[in-house]
Design a binder for this molecule. Structure first.
Ligand code: NAD
Ligand code: ZN
Length: 363
């Protein structure tokens, strides 16, 4: 058995199999590669994906894995091959670990980086294939190409939203959805990811942003804080007519973003998109989806989908400093790091607690 001397132990949120996580002692991370840094986590958060792991939906995650792939922290140790960072620098951690050198990284498809540890061709490894950010300290691989500097005026909690949630909504929904100045777009699903898409559509000058969800509270929130100009309750019998009436000539939206991950919402995106428009799928699907190609082939609709690359961090940080959107609006709760289990409890019961993003701080 490994003996752990004092000073080499930290606290971390550790996964021990289905529905079994604990805030417990764990050995400190160590530099393993010259391109690594060790970061003291100042602020972290929980993602829906962590709940998928907790539920046991991702059995490939090993017992003993520290979860979390979002965070802001201070560099406390630097590998000898790291060029851009020094001890004491503060940084935003990207959810994607990108070597920066393989063919995929060079194309901006860091989500398929060929070099991360544990999973060739998968850029997201934090809190999945390697230990993650819900801990006092974390080892960050490929530090030169997987960390962002924190611009003046950007708070830790705003920075935390740039690790994953804002790039997901922006890159997969808005950017890859081809949203243009003056467009009318719809976002189906007003959870954190859908709200991030609505909010960052300001970067592309969308004129009309229609939020669609069952939850009236989330719809009101979308209009009050996330740039939605209109909302439609997906439970209304005439939801489709309501959406079409909000579009130019009643022809449909220019871009329909799917931010739920179930068949009916992707099918609904096809229903409301106009000829020549685009469907941008952000949701993670667990089942095949039937699309009525006999109806849609003639409509010149494009479709995009994918795993976040987290390559647009600089642009998103600029959007925050320019005041184009308020990333902090995604945050609903704050916890001290030692109350990690309460933070999980609150996030897991989002229906009752109305939690969106919970911010966890190490004093
Ligand atoms: P969430 O569960 O918090 O939000 C989903 C919202 O959809 C809820 O508000 C719910 O009321 C609404 N909804 C459910 N069924 C609906 C329906 N039929 N019509 C309209 N609204 C409906 O989820 P989230 O955290 O915002 O994530 C959204 C999706 O994005 C998930 O599938 C998640 O796995 C995925 N995701 C994708 C990536 C990526 O890289 N592509 C990254 C992160 C998350
Ligand atoms: Zn790579």
């Amino acid at each position: 058995m490994m003996s752990i001397s004092k000073g080499e132990i930290m606290k971390a949120l550790v996964y021990h199999g289905e529905r079994n996580i604990a805030w417990e002692e764990h050995p400190d991370p160590k530099i393993l590669q010259p391109t690594d840094v060790i970061v003291k986590i100042d602020t972290t958060t929980i993602c829906g994906t962590d709940l998928h792991i907790w539920k046991g939906d991702m059995p490939e995650v090993e017992d003993g894995r520290i979860l979390g792939h979002e965070g802001v922290g201070t560099i406390i140790e630097v590998g000898e091959g790291v060029k851009n960072w020094k001890v004491g620098d503060r940084a935003i951690l990207s959810c994607v670990s990108a070597c920066g050198e393989c063919e995929y990284c060079k194309k901006g498809l860091t989500s398929h980086c060929m070099n991360p540890e544990g999973a060739k061709g998968l850029g997201w490894i934090f809190g999945y294939m390697i230990d993650g950010t819900q801990a006092e300290k974390v080892r960050v691989p490929f530090a030169d190409t997987s960390l962002y500097r924190i611009p003046d005026g950007v708070s830790d909690e705003q920075g935390c939203m740039v690790s994953d949630i804002l790039p997901t909504g922006y890159e997969i929904g808005i950017r890859d959805g081809g949203v243009k100045e003056g467009d009318t777009i719809a976002v189906i699903g007003a959870g954190p990811v859908g709200l991030a898409a609505m909010m960052t559509s300001a970067l592309h000058g969308a004129k009309r942003v229609i939020a669609i969800d069952f939850d009236d509270n989330r719809l009101e929130n979308a209009k009050a804080k996330f740039g939605a100009t209109h909302s439609v309750n997906a439970g209304d019998e005439d939801w489709f007519e309501q959406v079409m009436a909000l579009t130019e000539g009643g022809l449909g939206v220019d871009v329909a973003c799917e931010a739920v991950g179930v068949p009916v919402t992707l099918q609904n995106c096809f229903k409301i998109v106009r000829p020549g428009g685009q469907v941008a799928n952000i949701g993670v699907h667990g089942a095949p989806v039937e699309i009525a190609m006999n109806k849609y082939w003639i409509q010149n609709i494009r479709m995009s989908m994918g795993l976040v690359n987290a390559v647009e961090g600089e642009r998103l940080l600029q959007g925050i400093t320019d005041g184009k959107f308020k990333a902090e609006n995604l945050v609903t709760h704050h916890f001290d790091m030692n109350d990690m289990m309460d933070a999980y409890e609150t996030f897991r019961n989002a229906k009752e607690t109305k939690a969106m993003k919970v911010i966890i701080t190490q004093k």
